[in-house]
Design a binder for this molecule. Sequence first.
Ligand SMILES: [Zn+2]
Length: 497
Amino acid sequence: MAYRWETPASVWQEDERSRQFELLATEGLGRIDWQAQAHGRLPDVARLLGASLPGACACGADGAPIYPEGFAFCPNCGRPLQRLPGTPSRLPGWWGPGQDAMLPRHVPHGLPVTSLPLGDSLEERPAAPHVGRAEVSMPAPPNSTCVFAASHYGFPEQRLLALAHTRGVLQYWDPIAQLWHVMTPDEGAASLAFTASAYAWLPVLEPRRGEVALVPTADGLMRLWINPVSETYRTEPVLAAPLVAAPGAMRRHIACLIKPEGTVRLWSARADLGEVEEYACPDVPASGWSRPIGYDGRLFWLHEAGQLAWRPGEAPQFTPWPMGWQPRLEFGGPTQSRDGRLWHIGHDGQGYSLLELGSDRPQQAPIDGARLGFANFLFRRGHPVVDEPWSGEHIEDLGQDETLVLPLLRAFNNNRSQPSGLVLRFHKVTGRAEEALHERVIPRTTVEWIGRRNVILDEIVRLSRPLECLPLVYAGCLWLHHPDWNVLRGWRLEELA
Ligand SMILES: [Zn+2]
C-alpha cells in the first residue's frame, strides 16, 4: 500500500511499510528516475526541490531520508524537520569569463571581463612579494577540457556544470557529496559536442526549472535542460542547421553563423525567437571563429582570415585583414583606444601593430613588441600598458623585464582609474610571446591579482599550454582550472559569500 502526496510542484509516494518517500514527478523535470542507491544524492536533491530533510529527531536512522516540500514536522515523532527554501536563487551566475550580461555598454562584451567585485576581497591578502597559496580545492571534472557554468537554472541554489564541449559530456557537481556526476542524455537529445569554432553558450537570464542555456551543436542551436534528480539532460531544437560559430547576443537580438548547405549564413532572431532573419555570407570560413564580441551595437566574430561585423537589422560585413597582416588572436582580444575605437594586435611580417576593427578603411598603429591582453587590460612583457593601447609600457620595477604577463580575467570597476584583474606571470621568459604561449614548458609561473595592491595568489611549477588556464567564480570563491590539473585551485571571496 502506498500513499500519494501532492505539493504545489511535485507528486510523492509514501511507502506504508518503510515510511519512505519517493518522488514521482516534479514541475519541469520530465521523467523522474528515483533510485534507492541514489540516497547519497538526497541532501543535494532536497536543496534543489526545496524539500525537507530529517531534523533533530532520531527517526532519521531507519526512517525517511527526505520529505516532500513543505513538511515541517517529522510525521513519526512530531519534531521539526529541516525545511529548505523553495524560491529561485538571486545570486549572479557565472557563464565563463566572456559571458557577463551585467557589464555596462561601453565595455566590450564577450571578452574575459567580469562585473563581480573580486578585487575588494583579494586585495585584503598580503601584498607582493609575499607568495600566497590556494586556500580551497575541488576535484577537476573527469572530462577536464571543459567550460563551466554556475547558475541556479530556476532552482533555489546555484549548481556548477562542466560541459566537455569537444566530447559532448555534461558533468554536474554535487556540492554536498563533493562528487562529479556525468549526466546521461535523454533519448533523442542532441550531441552537445561543438568543435567547429571557439565555444560560447547563451545564458537564460530568467530560467524555468532546469533550463540552462542556448548551446551551439553540430545539429543546430539547442535549448539545454537538466534534470539533476535523474542526472539526465535533454535538448530542444531552436534552429536546425549546423552551427559554424558560437552564438552571440546584441541587445534584444541573438545571432549565430550556420552552414545549412553550400555557403555560410548569419541567422538572427529576437531573444524570444521572433523575427527570424538570415543573410548569406559568401566567401567566409566555415570554422575557426572566435567567440563573438559585442560592442557599439554590433557583434564581431574574428578569424585568422578576417573579421565579420553585424548590426541587428543589417547585412553582415566580412572584411579580410590587410595584405600580409596576421592577427594574433591568442594574445587576448580587442582593446579600446581613448576615443572608443576597438583595435586588435597582429603582425605584418616586419613588426607588430594594432589594427582598427569595424572600419572599411582601418587605421594601423605600429608598436615595438607583443602586447598581451584585452579590453584595456594590456601588458608589454611584465609591465602594464595604460593610456592608449600603443602607449609605452609603465615601468615600475625593472626586474619585471624578464617576466611575461598573460591576463586571464579583468574585473570591471567604474571607480578605479587603472584596470585590475587576474594574470599569470611567467618568470625568466625572455623569448617571443608566441613561444611562451605555445611551445614551452614554463618552469615558474605565479598567479597574481593586479589591482590597488598586487597580490601573488599562488605559484605553479612547470606549466604548459597556459592559454588553457580558465578562471571561474563559484560558491563564493575564485577558482583556476587547467585540464592538466587534478584539482581546481580556489581563493575565498568574502564580498560574495
Ligand atoms: Zn521523528
